[in-house]
Design a protein around this ligand. Sequence first.
Ligand code: AMP
Ligand code: ZN
Length: 112
Amino acid sequence: MPECLFCRIVRREIPATIVHEDEQALVFKDITPQAPTHLLVVPKKHLDALSASSDGDTALLGHLQRTAAKVAEAVKLSSFRLVTNNGKGAGQSVDHLHYHLLGGRPMQWPPG
Ligand code: AMP
Ligand code: ZN
């Protein structure tokens, strides 16, 4: 069984503040929020990163984006940023695919 942090959160072995759950996805609050709203959109299936996905994951990836959009609407975010850090050089620190859903403050571009 995968021992990664987010797999353990999916299995409820580690607590998290969960705001949405369905068959394929879990959305919970980031433990170190970088914005007033900072949620993590996570597939229940373990994938190391977006680059580890395959064509067979296309529906799952679409589901994660739709889930992010629905959760953003539910928490009344009209402007938000949805981002994934793929690889250490991009800032990935947890090797289980996740999308950061950030909102509630002005966002800068380009990101750091
Ligand atoms: P990344 O650096 O893109 O891999 O994002 C990993 C995110 O997971 C960071 O924003 C962390 O703050 C967050 N994180 C780490 N541990 C936990 C945890 N136990 N519960 C919720 N979020 C976490
Ligand atoms: Zn995992």
